[in-house]
Design a protein around this ligand. Sequence first.
Ligand SMILES: Cc1cc2nc3c(=O)[nH]c(=O)nc-3n(C[C@H](O)[C@H](O)[C@H](O)COP(=O)(O)OP(=O)(O)OC[C@H]3O[C@@H](n4cnc5c(N)ncnc54)[C@H](O)[C@@H]3O)c2cc1C
Length: 411
Amino acid sequence: MTVYDVIVVGAGPAGSVAARTAAQEGAHVLLLEEHLQVGHPVRCTGLLSVRGVEQAGVSRDVLLRPIRGAFIYGPEGERLTVGGPAPKGYVMDRGRFDQDLVEQASHAGVQVVIGARACALTRSTASSELVFRRDGREERVRGRVIIGADGPQSRVAHWAGLPRPRRMIAALQVTIAHEPERPDFVEVFVGRQIAPDFFAWAVPAGPGEARVGLGTSQGPQIRALLDKLLERWGAPRRLSEESGVIPLGLPERTVTDGIMLVGDAAGQAKPTSGGGIYTGTSCARIAGEVAARAALSGRSDRRTLWEYERRWRALLERELRFGFQAHQALRRLGDGDLSRLFRAADHPQLLALLGEHGDIDYTSRALRAMLRRPRLWGRVLRAIPFDLQALLELLGGAPEDIAQYAKGESQ
Ligand SMILES: Cc1cc2nc3c(=O)[nH]c(=O)nc-3n(C[C@H](O)[C@H](O)[C@H](O)COP(=O)(O)OP(=O)(O)OC[C@H]3O[C@@H](n4cnc5c(N)ncnc54)[C@H](O)[C@@H]3O)c2cc1C
């Protein structure tokens, strides 16, 4: 039986980046993907920050359009316009993005096997045995470290007994024939009647096409909600449909003896937007590095692998916890609260500030920028019953006068 230093299950963005990094560190790496075509079926809108595109190092051919801003619609149709001249991100061809990353892994020396579904894992101290099915046959391999990059419903996490993310949001999206009002702006729709507990979107894709979808905790209602949303565009021609789930709320651990989880398998998606490519691939670089070093040193116990847990949490935990808290706070608001919030936020200086500091990957940065402007922030705070104190604590404290606003001691 072949023994690998590192076996990665799942060739999504997180798996490919983890595998590539481990190979670059000198490890002998196997990457398994259950589907016959990498990147398909697509379960994504394909929106990635400029930072995320640069970090992935993919060919610019995968990029479809730059995105410079957003129209954000409230429950009563209120509209906020947030944006600026510089691209904040890109809409990309997600299938080709994933394929590009797998090619990079392959060039780095990773052995890639497609059409190979991992179906059992037996752990032991020095290495784990992984069984996978390919062409109707069972094959067995051993790995000193196994990286579960197998998405939100991770089997590797289940086999390893690792805890799961706190909440799953169901998502459904269709690509329609539609030329949006602005080809470089996304549209976001919030409201309990539109997308309970999350939000809906319309994102320009290829020429004459838009990706329209929504996420909600009310899975059984999702199709009816999407049909209702689509009425905004009359009866658009539906070109394709995709569904998926978005994991929210970090699990307590992503590492155990010989096993690491990364990407959606580790619940590393952003709770404010559901985006998980930038965060997952950021953590995957750390996972690949730590896994390779651990395997090559012959020590893959949980203490050694804990370096991954420590480093990815240092990088992103605060932001992801802030996002989860913001998600929790927003889902408690009724449509009346949301409408008041929209009216309060419809202020030129506030929108300019959001346009300047809004960051697809770090939502808290816009809030931090607002906190330095108490008068602007005060408008929003007076409009809705936010638990601002909890958010402030996650932001690591705030100037004294803002803290007073939070306690209702000022104005
Ligand atoms: C509708 C929707 C829209 C989204 N839009 C965006 C967006 O615009 N921007 C953004 O950043 N994020 C978006 N996301 C989230 C994003 O798609 C995920 O965060 C991202 O794909 C996570 O990458 P990953 O590599 O961790 O997992 P995945 O991309 O899910 O990859 C996991 C891979 O593992 C494979 N696999 C699973 N089980 C096995 C097995 N047993 N054996 C072998 N292989 C296996 C799967 O086939 C898959 O290829 C969206 C999600 C949804 C559902």
